[in-house]
Design a protein around this ligand. Sequence first.
Ligand SMILES: Cc1cc2nc3c(=O)[nH]c(=O)nc-3n(C[C@H](O)[C@H](O)[C@H](O)COP(=O)(O)OP(=O)(O)OC[C@H]3O[C@@H](n4cnc5c(N)ncnc54)[C@H](O)[C@@H]3O)c2cc1C
Length: 320
Amino acid sequence: MPARRNASGESLYDALVIGAGPAGLTAALYLARYRRRTLVLHDGRSRALGAPMAWNVPGFPDGISGADLVARLTEQAGRYGAEIELARVVCLSASAESASFAADLDDGRRLSARGLVLASGVITNEAVLDSGNHDAAVRNGALRYCPICDGYEHRGRKIAVLGSDLHGAAEAMFLRQYTDDVTLIPKWQVELTSGQRAELLASDVKIEERQLLRLAHRGGRIEVKLGGAENALCFDTLYPALGSQPRSELLAGLGLEGDADRCLPADAFAEPLMPGVYGAGDVLAGLDQISTATGHGAAAATRLHNWLRGVEGHVMADQH
Ligand SMILES: Cc1cc2nc3c(=O)[nH]c(=O)nc-3n(C[C@H](O)[C@H](O)[C@H](O)COP(=O)(O)OP(=O)(O)OC[C@H]3O[C@@H](n4cnc5c(N)ncnc54)[C@H](O)[C@@H]3O)c2cc1C
């Protein structure tokens, strides 16, 4: 694909994709197959890289590790010409004059494109372990962050959920489908109404009232030391329900902002945030899953390609 140039003679990509997780790499795969000059920029922080084994990715009945999936998607997008670069985008901006977008990188470079896909994901708020290795605990299943992803793998086990607010309570209730031994542990204190407590107790979810002193990963399990308790409680798996932070800070440079939770709108893969700008994956409000992210990526890429075709005059007049 010949490189386009902007008015200043600089190389102009058809699309910049921010993020090399399942959403961004799928968008890049589709855009490259639409013969769009595509550059993926990422800072190496895909959440998928931390998934030891994903069992709910369609087409992988024996499971696939997040790192393996990202490697395969990278290879597949690259095969059709998508460029993939490790660099952090510090600012995005739009220029009406040159009908393009610019990305400023942490290495001082500025790159331009006619369209954008924001697939920048979220950052998980992690539990802090006083002893033992956090990532090793995730790898062996003692620490888990997503009951939708792997609740099934922990059926029948002794499970704790960290965070006694509505979010934690809902997660504990969700896990009751898999085991009858679920305990809610407060991060600071129990923040539940009497009605919420009653609902949990009616479903046999235990509610700890004592204050959390420390968490440890030992012998493949999680030890929870609570104030006033002589011995630590031991769980096969702990699910911290501490939420996550959308990586939506790049919206500001485009004059946009996220919702109250700083997410992009749930339909940003179909409805542009502004002409030529789409979103995909976890950074959108909704279900944070690999299959959702890849679906968003495909849809966002197709919308962007069709929008570019419209700009180029390659659509049927009666098509819309
Ligand atoms: C421990 C764990 C286990 C999981 N298990 C499963 C599972 O079994 N099944 C499942 O479906 N899902 C699972 N998930 C969730 C899954 O990983 C996410 O839903 C998926 O990775 C979302 O893809 P994404 O492309 O939207 O975001 P991500 O994969 O998080 O990718 C975001 C990308 O954006 C880049 N980025 C962000 N900001 C910038 C910037 N300013 N400049 C450059 N790059 C930037 C990052 O470097 C990264 O490449 C798990 C998550 C975790 C943490």
